[in-house]
Design a protein around this ligand. Sequence first.
Ligand SMILES: [Mg+2]
Length: 256
Amino acid sequence: MASSSSSLPPSSSPSSTLVVFDFDWSFADQDTDRYVFEVLAPELRTQLREAKKTTQWTDNVAQHLVRLHEQGGTREQIVEVLQGLPVHPAMIRGVQKAKARTETTTRFLCLSNSNSVYINTILKHHHMENFFEEIITNPAEFLDNGLLQLNRRVDPSGEQHGCKVGCSANMCKGAELDAFMARHGGWESWDRVVYVGDGGNDFCPLLRLRSQDVALVRMYRELSRRIVKDAEASPLKCTPVPWGGAWEVEKWLLEN
Ligand SMILES: [Mg+2]
């Protein structure tokens, strides 16, 4: 063929894109907190749901991890479960291809209410431990006795985030996104921000997005309902794009 790349119309892709990924039901095709108990201790999974009514979610999971440990649940069992947690191959393929594109710069941030052990274990299993610029989540670590100790990102004994949009006490995702931007040259250093999310706590960061930004919103889940419910009181400036399966995120990332 005689034509070369110089004869193609200019790409409509922005020169720098930050893709912000929620983790549960967004990057991963499951909920990490619930899945571990569903596989290892179904009775604790039932109790987790009961206690959700009265206990902050991160504290709730931390307390049930203590019970799992008391019942003999081991570090090795938890790691094995996480290695088997569903992450759709199309999601992995899509983000890796998007990052490898040479005509545009695309970087990735993970912003999640899961925890550092869950996310890092899963990413390592998929050979993606260095994929994200940062992983902003609740801190966790295995103690020498095998207990997975989990804490809120925002220490309950210190200053609280004061979010009025509805973020859980452990973390305000909107404030965390702003803080990330402050650490990385400000919002103006990104031509476009793409946010991939599904949960009610993804609504606050979406309110920070600009008119040139895009929200990839998983259908039939809390975030999509919240966007509709708050359309008048808290309209989005960014453009929402619905998706159902990982293949649609892959397709969008590679075509935009
Ligand atoms: Mg989620």
